[in-house]
Ligand binder design. Structure first.
Ligand SMILES: Cc1cc2nc3c(=O)[nH]c(=O)nc-3n(C[C@H](O)[C@H](O)[C@H](O)COP(=O)(O)O)c2cc1C
Length: 348
């Protein structure tokens, strides 16, 4: 049996809003962080950027993630955030062209000197520990991760998270866990924990990834979209700690049903103009794999008022969890969605 390690919800733009992070914690994740936020926006005091790094008293530790290609902006932002954050995470993994064209995100993996100097200055100027999240390099010809991870460890970062793909792979191919094992080796002499990331989707892949990499933690991204209970399931299935599942002994469908309703409650509790901004996308994700999900999705898409999206999905998930996923229930959910979509209101 694998030794227990902490489980991290991967930062994901458009997914890991405050409510979803609290939900992941309740579902067994040990650590969460915000989606990546531009240092350029934060250092300009842009309200929308600051909304992305909002937190909640129950989210402890609070780990905002930032990215940027301009060293001074990153340093200033780390300084600003470190007044409220517990840890600041620096993103060197984003492959999106709008990010890499400013030499930020994963593009920094092609500039080891600049990256290391940025990390060093953020460490010097932050009042709290700094962690880094990176890819393997720009492409198979320039795998810079070993050099960069080792130098970051030498500088004293709190931990190094590695997504086992290169920038040019984006999300294609298979995450290279063997390479992450090498990162673990180079960070070991500095006692710097390495968090393995990429293609962990259930207890089996979690155990396999730990076996291959020997990492000190696991990070899960896409596997937690529409299924935050993955964290608790991994812990129970691997026989780790007594994780007391808030969904009781429900099957996976029942877990989704619990999670969706809890998400709606948390969004309501958090309130404010931004709490529900990803709600429709989450609703669509929760329908993946649901019998009748394909038929239901366009109707959910059509709902303009995000507050009305909860009920139709609730009907469908309830039916699914009670194994009453017959066409009548799907039809009932579709009708509820159609009624909701006729109501006017806030448009995403
Ligand atoms: C929709 C989406 C948004 C993402 N946004 C971020 C982000 O804001 N910051 C970041 O470091 N990585 C981001 N990632 C990458 C994930 O954190 C993670 O490294 C990647 O998905 C690989 O892990 P997985 O195989 O478990 O999904 C994003 C991934 C997805 C699918």
């Amino acid at each position: 049996m694998s030794e227990q390690v902490p489980l991290f919800l991967a930062p994901m733009a458009g997914v890991t809003d405050v409510a979803y992070r609290l939900l992941a914690r309740e579902s067994g994740a040990d650590f969460t962080s915000t989606e990546f936020t531009a240092a350029s926006g934060l250092s300009r005091k842009d309200a929308k950027s600051w909304a992305k790094v909002e937190t909640h008293p129950r989210e402890s530790p609070f780990i905002p993630q930032i990215f940027g290609g301009i060293e001074d902006e990153m340093v200033e932002t780390a300084q600003l955030l470190s007044k409220d954050a517990d840890v600041i995470d620096l993103n060197f993994g984003c492959p999106a062209p709008k990010v890499t064209k400013t030499c930020a995100g994963a593009a920094m993996m092609g500039e080891p000197e600049n990256l290391v100097r940025m990390v060093e200055r953020c460490l010097e100027n932050s009042e709290v520990p700094v962690s880094v999240k990176m890819r393997l390099g720009i492409n198979q010809e320039t795998l810079t991760v070993l050099e960069i991870a080792e130098r970051c460890a030498e500088l004293g970062v709190l931990r190094v998270c590695v997504h086992g793909r290169t920038l040019s792979q984006k999300y294609r191919g298979i995450a290279d866990w063997d390479m992450i094992a090498k990162v673990v080796e180079v960070c070991e002499p500095h006692n710097t924990p390495v968090i393995a990331n990429g293609d962990i989707v259930d207890a089996d892949s979690a155990a396999k990834c730990l076996e291959v990499t020997g990492a000190q933690g696991l990070m899960i991204g896409r596997g937690a979209i529409g299924d935050p209970c993955i964290f608790g399931r991994i812990k129970s299935e691997l026989g780790w700690e007594d994780f007391e599942a808030p969904w009781g002994d429900s099957n996976q469908a029942g877990q989704k049903h619990w999670a969706w309703n809890r998400y709606v409650e948390l969004v309501d509790e958090i309130g404010g103009p931004y709490a529900a901004r990803n709600m429709k996308q989450h609703a669509i994700s929760f329908t993946k794999g649901l019998p009748g999900g394909r038929e239901l999705r366009p109707h959910l898409h059509a709902i303009k008022d995000f507050r009305l999206i909860g009920e139709p999905l609730n009907i469908a998930l309830e039916a699914f969890s009670q194994r009453r996923h017959n066409t009548l229930m799907v039809q009932e959910a579709i009708e509820a969605a159609a009624t909701a979509s006729e109501a006017g209101g806030w448009r995403r």
